[in-house]
Design a binder for this molecule. Structure first.
Ligand code: CTP
Length: 404
Protein backbone atom coordinates (compact mmCIF):
# COMPACT_ATOMS: atom_id res chain seq x y z
CA UNK A 1 0.00 0.00 0.00
CA UNK A 2 2.99 2.31 0.37
CA UNK A 3 4.74 1.34 -2.84
CA UNK A 4 7.17 4.01 -3.92
CA UNK A 5 6.52 6.21 -0.87
CA UNK A 6 9.53 7.63 0.93
CA UNK A 7 9.43 7.97 4.68
CA UNK A 8 11.97 9.87 6.73
CA UNK A 9 11.80 8.28 10.18
CA UNK A 10 13.22 10.34 13.03
CA UNK A 11 13.99 8.25 16.10
CA UNK A 12 14.34 10.42 19.18
CA UNK A 13 15.33 9.45 22.72
CA UNK A 14 13.08 7.13 24.68
CA UNK A 15 12.73 3.49 25.58
CA UNK A 16 10.03 3.20 22.87
CA UNK A 17 12.83 3.60 20.29
CA UNK A 18 12.98 -0.20 20.19
CA UNK A 19 9.52 -0.19 18.60
CA UNK A 20 10.86 2.05 15.83
CA UNK A 21 12.90 -0.93 14.63
CA UNK A 22 9.71 -2.93 14.10
CA UNK A 23 8.11 0.12 12.46
CA UNK A 24 10.93 0.21 9.89
CA UNK A 25 10.15 -3.42 9.00
CA UNK A 26 6.41 -2.78 8.77
CA UNK A 27 6.89 0.24 6.51
CA UNK A 28 9.25 -1.66 4.25
CA UNK A 29 6.86 -4.64 4.09
CA UNK A 30 4.33 -2.20 2.59
CA UNK A 31 6.80 -1.12 -0.08
CA UNK A 32 7.97 2.16 1.45
CA UNK A 33 11.57 3.35 1.33
CA UNK A 34 12.68 4.29 4.85
CA UNK A 35 15.56 6.61 5.63
CA UNK A 36 16.34 7.26 9.29
CA UNK A 37 17.62 10.09 11.43
CA UNK A 38 18.76 8.86 14.84
CA UNK A 39 18.99 11.56 17.50
CA UNK A 40 21.69 11.47 20.17
CA UNK A 41 19.05 10.34 22.69
CA UNK A 42 17.69 7.74 20.27
CA UNK A 43 21.18 6.27 19.86
CA UNK A 44 21.20 5.57 23.63
CA UNK A 45 18.40 3.06 23.07
CA UNK A 46 19.00 1.56 19.60
CA UNK A 47 22.22 1.30 17.64
CA UNK A 48 22.88 2.93 14.26
CA UNK A 49 23.85 -0.52 13.03
CA UNK A 50 20.45 -2.08 13.69
CA UNK A 51 18.68 0.94 12.17
CA UNK A 52 20.90 0.79 9.06
CA UNK A 53 20.50 -2.97 8.72
CA UNK A 54 16.72 -2.82 8.87
CA UNK A 55 16.28 0.29 6.72
CA UNK A 56 19.01 -0.80 4.25
CA UNK A 57 20.04 2.86 4.07
CA UNK A 58 22.66 5.06 5.68
CA UNK A 59 21.62 6.41 9.07
CA UNK A 60 21.93 10.16 9.63
CA UNK A 61 22.96 11.34 13.08
CA UNK A 62 25.06 14.46 13.01
CA UNK A 63 24.11 17.92 11.77
CA UNK A 64 27.73 18.91 11.39
CA UNK A 65 29.02 15.70 9.81
CA UNK A 66 30.97 16.75 6.74
CA UNK A 67 30.45 13.36 5.17
CA UNK A 68 26.69 13.52 5.50
CA UNK A 69 26.62 17.15 4.37
CA UNK A 70 28.66 16.38 1.27
CA UNK A 71 26.55 13.38 0.32
CA UNK A 72 23.19 14.49 1.61
CA UNK A 73 22.56 17.93 3.07
CA UNK A 74 19.99 18.30 5.81
CA UNK A 75 17.72 20.34 3.53
CA UNK A 76 17.64 17.58 0.93
CA UNK A 77 17.13 15.02 3.66
CA UNK A 78 14.08 16.92 4.87
CA UNK A 79 12.57 17.35 1.40
CA UNK A 80 13.29 14.00 -0.24
CA UNK A 81 10.47 12.27 1.58
CA UNK A 82 6.72 12.08 1.20
CA UNK A 83 6.22 12.09 4.95
CA UNK A 84 8.33 12.69 8.05
CA UNK A 85 7.52 10.35 10.94
CA UNK A 86 8.89 11.00 14.42
CA UNK A 87 8.72 7.80 16.48
CA UNK A 88 9.22 8.03 19.34
CA UNK A 89 8.60 11.75 19.62
CA UNK A 90 10.04 12.80 22.98
CA UNK A 91 8.65 15.71 25.02
CA UNK A 92 11.94 17.49 24.39
CA UNK A 93 11.81 17.17 20.61
CA UNK A 94 8.17 18.27 20.53
CA UNK A 95 9.07 21.32 22.62
CA UNK A 96 11.87 22.16 20.18
CA UNK A 97 9.51 21.77 17.23
CA UNK A 98 6.87 23.98 18.84
CA UNK A 99 9.50 26.65 19.52
CA UNK A 100 11.11 26.34 16.10
CA UNK A 101 14.51 25.39 17.50
CA UNK A 102 17.09 23.74 15.27
CA UNK A 103 20.12 22.75 17.30
CA UNK A 104 20.60 19.17 16.12
CA UNK A 105 19.90 17.16 12.98
CA UNK A 106 16.39 15.95 13.97
CA UNK A 107 15.08 19.41 14.93
CA UNK A 108 16.78 21.06 11.94
CA UNK A 109 15.26 18.61 9.47
CA UNK A 110 11.83 19.13 11.07
CA UNK A 111 12.16 22.91 10.75
CA UNK A 112 13.46 22.75 7.18
CA UNK A 113 10.88 20.38 5.76
CA UNK A 114 8.01 21.28 3.46
CA UNK A 115 6.43 17.83 3.85
CA UNK A 116 3.72 16.58 6.25
CA UNK A 117 4.90 15.46 9.68
CA UNK A 118 3.43 12.68 11.83
CA UNK A 119 4.42 12.35 15.49
CA UNK A 120 4.13 9.25 17.67
CA UNK A 121 4.66 10.77 21.13
CA UNK A 122 6.09 8.62 23.92
CA UNK A 123 6.80 9.80 27.43
CA UNK A 124 5.96 9.51 31.10
CA UNK A 125 2.31 10.26 31.79
CA UNK A 126 3.06 13.36 33.92
CA UNK A 127 5.18 14.75 31.10
CA UNK A 128 2.38 14.04 28.61
CA UNK A 129 -0.17 15.77 30.80
CA UNK A 130 2.07 18.70 31.76
CA UNK A 131 0.62 22.05 30.65
CA UNK A 132 3.84 22.75 28.72
CA UNK A 133 3.42 19.59 26.65
CA UNK A 134 -0.30 20.33 26.13
CA UNK A 135 0.62 23.83 24.91
CA UNK A 136 3.30 22.46 22.60
CA UNK A 137 0.88 19.88 21.17
CA UNK A 138 -1.74 22.53 20.53
CA UNK A 139 0.87 24.69 18.76
CA UNK A 140 2.03 21.76 16.67
CA UNK A 141 -1.56 20.84 15.77
CA UNK A 142 -2.11 24.44 14.65
CA UNK A 143 1.00 24.11 12.52
CA UNK A 144 -0.59 21.10 10.79
CA UNK A 145 1.52 18.44 12.51
CA UNK A 146 -0.39 15.20 12.96
CA UNK A 147 -0.11 12.75 15.84
CA UNK A 148 -0.86 9.11 16.47
CA UNK A 149 -1.29 7.95 20.07
CA UNK A 150 0.00 7.84 22.70
CA UNK A 151 -1.94 4.97 24.23
CA UNK A 152 -2.73 4.14 27.83
CA UNK A 153 -1.07 1.41 29.80
CA UNK A 154 1.94 0.34 31.81
CA UNK A 155 4.84 2.65 31.10
CA UNK A 156 8.48 1.63 31.19
CA UNK A 157 9.00 3.96 34.18
CA UNK A 158 6.62 1.80 36.23
CA UNK A 159 3.73 4.26 36.18
CA UNK A 160 0.41 3.65 34.48
CA UNK A 161 -1.38 6.12 32.22
CA UNK A 162 -1.24 7.90 28.89
CA UNK A 163 2.17 8.19 27.27
CA UNK A 164 2.85 4.81 25.74
CA UNK A 165 3.93 5.10 22.12
CA UNK A 166 1.37 3.83 19.60
CA UNK A 167 2.11 0.32 18.39
CA UNK A 168 3.97 0.02 15.06
CA UNK A 169 0.79 -1.22 13.30
CA UNK A 170 -1.13 1.83 14.52
CA UNK A 171 1.64 4.12 13.31
CA UNK A 172 1.60 2.28 9.99
CA UNK A 173 -2.15 2.88 9.71
CA UNK A 174 -1.63 6.57 10.49
CA UNK A 175 1.10 6.77 7.84
CA UNK A 176 -1.26 5.19 5.33
CA UNK A 177 -4.01 7.59 6.36
CA UNK A 178 -1.68 10.59 6.00
CA UNK A 179 -0.48 9.55 2.58
CA UNK A 180 -3.85 8.15 1.43
CA UNK A 181 -5.61 11.37 2.35
CA UNK A 182 -3.09 13.30 0.31
CA UNK A 183 -3.63 10.94 -2.62
CA UNK A 184 -7.41 10.98 -2.75
CA UNK A 185 -7.33 14.74 -2.38
CA UNK A 186 -10.54 14.69 -0.34
CA UNK A 187 -10.16 16.59 2.90
CA UNK A 188 -12.57 18.01 5.44
CA UNK A 189 -11.10 21.50 5.44
CA UNK A 190 -13.84 24.05 6.01
CA UNK A 191 -16.18 21.42 7.51
CA UNK A 192 -17.28 21.27 11.12
CA UNK A 193 -17.77 17.98 12.95
CA UNK A 194 -19.26 16.91 16.27
CA UNK A 195 -18.21 13.52 17.66
CA UNK A 196 -19.58 11.89 20.82
CA UNK A 197 -17.48 9.32 22.63
CA UNK A 198 -17.20 7.28 25.81
CA UNK A 199 -19.85 6.22 28.30
CA UNK A 200 -22.16 8.47 30.30
CA UNK A 201 -22.48 8.39 34.08
CA UNK A 202 -25.98 8.72 35.49
CA UNK A 203 -25.96 9.69 39.14
CA UNK A 204 -27.91 7.65 41.68
CA UNK A 205 -26.79 9.86 44.55
CA UNK A 206 -23.68 12.03 45.08
CA UNK A 207 -21.37 8.99 45.25
CA UNK A 208 -22.98 6.31 43.07
CA UNK A 209 -23.78 6.16 39.40
CA UNK A 210 -24.96 3.90 36.57
CA UNK A 211 -22.41 3.49 33.75
CA UNK A 212 -21.19 1.06 31.10
CA UNK A 213 -17.89 -0.37 29.94
CA UNK A 214 -17.25 1.89 26.94
CA UNK A 215 -13.57 2.93 26.80
CA UNK A 216 -14.08 5.78 24.33
CA UNK A 217 -11.19 4.49 22.19
CA UNK A 218 -13.22 4.32 18.98
CA UNK A 219 -14.92 7.70 19.37
CA UNK A 220 -11.71 9.49 20.35
CA UNK A 221 -9.88 7.92 17.40
CA UNK A 222 -12.64 9.12 15.06
CA UNK A 223 -12.42 12.68 16.38
CA UNK A 224 -8.66 12.63 15.84
CA UNK A 225 -8.96 11.15 12.34
CA UNK A 226 -11.62 13.67 11.31
CA UNK A 227 -9.51 16.55 12.63
CA UNK A 228 -6.47 15.16 10.81
CA UNK A 229 -8.38 15.55 7.55
CA UNK A 230 -8.88 19.21 8.39
CA UNK A 231 -12.33 19.35 10.01
CA UNK A 232 -12.96 21.81 12.81
CA UNK A 233 -13.85 19.11 15.35
CA UNK A 234 -15.66 19.19 18.69
CA UNK A 235 -15.42 16.00 20.74
CA UNK A 236 -18.12 15.66 23.38
CA UNK A 237 -16.66 13.02 25.67
CA UNK A 238 -18.17 11.15 28.58
CA UNK A 239 -15.86 10.10 31.42
CA UNK A 240 -12.85 8.17 30.03
CA UNK A 241 -9.20 7.71 30.92
CA UNK A 242 -8.08 8.88 27.49
CA UNK A 243 -6.11 12.04 26.89
CA UNK A 244 -7.87 14.74 24.88
CA UNK A 245 -7.03 14.17 21.21
CA UNK A 246 -4.70 16.69 19.66
CA UNK A 247 -6.20 19.28 17.34
CA UNK A 248 -9.70 18.68 18.67
CA UNK A 249 -11.82 20.85 20.97
CA UNK A 250 -12.84 18.44 23.73
CA UNK A 251 -15.84 19.11 25.94
CA UNK A 252 -15.99 16.73 28.89
CA UNK A 253 -19.41 15.81 30.23
CA UNK A 254 -20.83 13.19 32.58
CA UNK A 255 -24.49 12.51 31.88
CA UNK A 256 -26.57 11.93 28.75
CA UNK A 257 -28.43 15.19 29.27
CA UNK A 258 -25.14 17.11 29.55
CA UNK A 259 -23.91 15.35 26.41
CA UNK A 260 -27.01 16.40 24.46
CA UNK A 261 -26.70 20.00 25.70
CA UNK A 262 -23.02 20.12 24.69
CA UNK A 263 -23.84 18.76 21.22
CA UNK A 264 -26.60 21.32 20.75
CA UNK A 265 -24.19 24.02 21.86
CA UNK A 266 -21.63 22.83 19.30
CA UNK A 267 -24.08 23.15 16.38
CA UNK A 268 -24.11 24.06 13.51
CA UNK A 269 -22.07 21.23 12.05
CA UNK A 270 -21.72 19.50 8.70
CA UNK A 271 -21.33 16.06 10.22
CA UNK A 272 -22.24 14.47 13.55
CA UNK A 273 -20.81 11.11 14.54
CA UNK A 274 -22.41 9.58 17.63
CA UNK A 275 -19.98 6.97 18.90
CA UNK A 276 -20.79 7.39 22.60
CA UNK A 277 -22.35 4.55 24.54
CA UNK A 278 -25.00 6.74 26.09
CA UNK A 279 -26.81 5.25 29.08
CA UNK A 280 -30.33 4.48 27.94
CA UNK A 281 -31.77 5.22 31.36
CA UNK A 282 -31.11 7.48 34.31
CA UNK A 283 -32.45 7.36 37.83
CA UNK A 284 -35.67 9.29 38.25
CA UNK A 285 -34.94 11.84 40.95
CA UNK A 286 -31.26 11.59 41.88
CA UNK A 287 -30.90 11.59 45.68
CA UNK A 288 -29.31 14.81 46.89
CA UNK A 289 -27.60 13.07 49.82
CA UNK A 290 -25.85 9.72 49.94
CA UNK A 291 -28.48 6.99 50.27
CA UNK A 292 -28.10 5.04 53.54
CA UNK A 293 -29.07 1.51 54.45
CA UNK A 294 -32.10 1.77 56.74
CA UNK A 295 -31.45 -1.49 58.60
CA UNK A 296 -34.55 -3.21 57.21
CA UNK A 297 -32.50 -5.30 54.77
CA UNK A 298 -34.69 -3.98 51.95
CA UNK A 299 -32.80 -2.46 49.00
CA UNK A 300 -34.05 0.91 47.79
CA UNK A 301 -36.26 0.90 44.70
CA UNK A 302 -34.65 2.84 41.88
CA UNK A 303 -37.08 4.13 39.29
CA UNK A 304 -35.49 4.67 35.88
CA UNK A 305 -36.54 7.08 33.16
CA UNK A 306 -35.33 7.04 29.55
CA UNK A 307 -32.55 9.43 28.57
CA UNK A 308 -32.80 11.66 25.51
CA UNK A 309 -31.48 9.97 22.36
CA UNK A 310 -28.71 12.28 21.15
CA UNK A 311 -28.29 10.61 17.76
CA UNK A 312 -32.02 10.69 17.04
CA UNK A 313 -32.31 14.28 18.32
CA UNK A 314 -29.59 15.48 15.94
CA UNK A 315 -30.97 13.45 13.02
CA UNK A 316 -34.52 14.72 13.58
CA UNK A 317 -33.58 18.41 13.72
CA UNK A 318 -35.84 20.46 11.44
CA UNK A 319 -33.49 23.43 11.41
CA UNK A 320 -29.74 23.03 11.24
CA UNK A 321 -29.60 19.25 10.88
CA UNK A 322 -26.01 18.24 10.08
CA UNK A 323 -25.75 17.12 6.44
CA UNK A 324 -24.42 13.75 7.51
CA UNK A 325 -25.46 12.06 10.77
CA UNK A 326 -23.64 8.84 11.61
CA UNK A 327 -24.60 6.48 14.42
CA UNK A 328 -23.15 3.31 15.88
CA UNK A 329 -24.91 0.06 16.63
CA UNK A 330 -23.39 -2.46 18.98
CA UNK A 331 -25.13 -5.77 18.39
CA UNK A 332 -24.59 -9.35 19.49
CA UNK A 333 -26.71 -11.02 16.76
CA UNK A 334 -28.26 -10.16 13.34
CA UNK A 335 -25.81 -7.27 13.26
CA UNK A 336 -26.66 -5.83 9.83
CA UNK A 337 -30.46 -6.36 10.09
CA UNK A 338 -30.65 -4.62 13.44
CA UNK A 339 -28.39 -1.82 12.19
CA UNK A 340 -30.60 -1.20 9.18
CA UNK A 341 -33.66 -1.04 11.41
CA UNK A 342 -31.83 1.34 13.76
CA UNK A 343 -30.80 3.58 10.86
CA UNK A 344 -34.43 3.93 9.79
CA UNK A 345 -35.75 4.37 13.33
CA UNK A 346 -33.28 7.06 14.32
CA UNK A 347 -33.29 8.67 10.83
CA UNK A 348 -29.52 8.88 10.69
CA UNK A 349 -27.73 8.59 7.35
CA UNK A 350 -25.15 5.93 8.14
CA UNK A 351 -24.73 3.35 10.86
CA UNK A 352 -21.41 1.82 11.78
CA UNK A 353 -22.47 -1.58 13.10
CA UNK A 354 -20.22 -3.81 15.13
CA UNK A 355 -20.48 -7.24 16.64
CA UNK A 356 -19.80 -7.03 20.36
CA UNK A 357 -20.77 -10.59 21.22
CA UNK A 358 -18.63 -12.55 23.68
CA UNK A 359 -15.20 -13.44 22.37
CA UNK A 360 -14.91 -10.58 19.86
CA UNK A 361 -12.96 -8.51 22.43
CA UNK A 362 -14.32 -5.28 20.97
CA UNK A 363 -15.41 -3.73 24.28
CA UNK A 364 -12.26 -2.11 25.65
CA UNK A 365 -10.07 -3.88 23.06
CA UNK A 366 -7.98 -2.31 20.31
CA UNK A 367 -9.56 -3.96 17.24
CA UNK A 368 -12.97 -3.68 15.68
CA UNK A 369 -14.91 -5.46 12.92
CA UNK A 370 -17.54 -3.17 11.46
CA UNK A 371 -20.11 -2.89 8.70
CA UNK A 372 -20.94 0.53 7.28
CA UNK A 373 -24.69 0.57 6.63
CA UNK A 374 -25.90 3.34 4.35
CA UNK A 375 -29.25 3.93 2.59
CA UNK A 376 -28.37 1.63 -0.28
CA UNK A 377 -25.34 -0.43 0.68
CA UNK A 378 -23.68 -2.48 3.38
CA UNK A 379 -19.92 -2.30 3.33
CA UNK A 380 -18.22 -4.93 5.50
CA UNK A 381 -14.69 -3.94 6.48
CA UNK A 382 -12.04 -6.44 7.52
CA UNK A 383 -11.05 -6.58 11.19
CA UNK A 384 -8.71 -3.67 11.88
CA UNK A 385 -7.51 -1.51 14.70
CA UNK A 386 -9.85 1.15 16.03
CA UNK A 387 -7.40 3.73 14.65
CA UNK A 388 -7.78 2.19 11.20
CA UNK A 389 -11.57 2.09 11.47
CA UNK A 390 -11.42 5.79 12.40
CA UNK A 391 -9.13 6.67 9.48
CA UNK A 392 -11.24 4.68 7.01
CA UNK A 393 -14.47 6.26 8.25
CA UNK A 394 -12.92 9.74 8.11
CA UNK A 395 -11.87 9.14 4.49
CA UNK A 396 -15.38 7.88 3.61
CA UNK A 397 -16.85 11.03 5.11
CA UNK A 398 -14.39 13.24 3.22
CA UNK A 399 -15.24 11.40 -0.02
CA UNK A 400 -18.96 11.84 0.71
CA UNK A 401 -18.58 15.62 0.92
CA UNK A 402 -16.25 15.63 -2.08
CA UNK A 403 -18.86 13.91 -4.27
CA UNK A 404 -22.01 15.58 -2.94
N1 CTP B 1 -27.34 6.97 21.20
C1 CTP B 1 -27.49 8.28 21.56
N2 CTP B 1 -28.22 8.61 22.67
C2 CTP B 1 -28.82 7.66 23.40
C3 CTP B 1 -28.67 6.31 23.04
C4 CTP B 1 -27.93 6.00 21.93
O1 CTP B 1 -26.93 9.15 20.89
N3 CTP B 1 -29.52 8.00 24.46
C5 CTP B 1 -26.59 6.65 19.99
C6 CTP B 1 -25.26 6.01 20.23
O2 CTP B 1 -24.23 6.98 20.31
C7 CTP B 1 -25.12 5.17 18.97
C8 CTP B 1 -26.53 4.71 18.72
O3 CTP B 1 -27.34 5.70 19.28
O4 CTP B 1 -24.72 5.94 17.86
C9 CTP B 1 -26.81 3.40 19.39
O5 CTP B 1 -28.17 3.26 19.52
P1 CTP B 1 -28.85 2.41 20.68
O6 CTP B 1 -30.31 2.41 20.44
O7 CTP B 1 -28.40 2.82 22.04
O8 CTP B 1 -28.22 1.10 20.34
P2 CTP B 1 -27.88 -0.05 21.26
O9 CTP B 1 -27.11 0.37 22.47
O10 CTP B 1 -27.27 -1.01 20.34
O11 CTP B 1 -29.33 -0.34 21.78
P3 CTP B 1 -30.43 -1.44 21.56
O12 CTP B 1 -29.86 -2.62 22.24
O13 CTP B 1 -31.60 -0.83 22.23
O14 CTP B 1 -30.60 -1.63 20.07
Amino acid sequence: MLNGKRILLIISGGIAAYKALDLIRRLKEQGAGVRCVLSRGGAQFVTPLSVAALSEEAVYQDLFSLKDESEMGHIRLSREADLLVVAPASADLMAKMAAGLADDLASTVLLATDKPVLLAPAMNTRMWEHPATRRNLATLADDGVRTVGPGQGDLACGEVGAGRMAEPMEILAAVQACLGAENSGATLHGRRAIVTSGPTYEAIDPVRYIANRSSGKQGHAIAEAIARLGADTVLVAGPTNLADPVGVETVRVESARQMLAACEQALPADVAICAAAVADWRVDGTAQQKMKKDGSGQPPALALVENPDILASLAHLQDGRPDLVVGFAAETEQVVDYAQAKRARKRCDWIVANDVSDGTGVMGGDDNTVHLVTADAVDSWPTMSKQDVAATLARRIADHFDIS
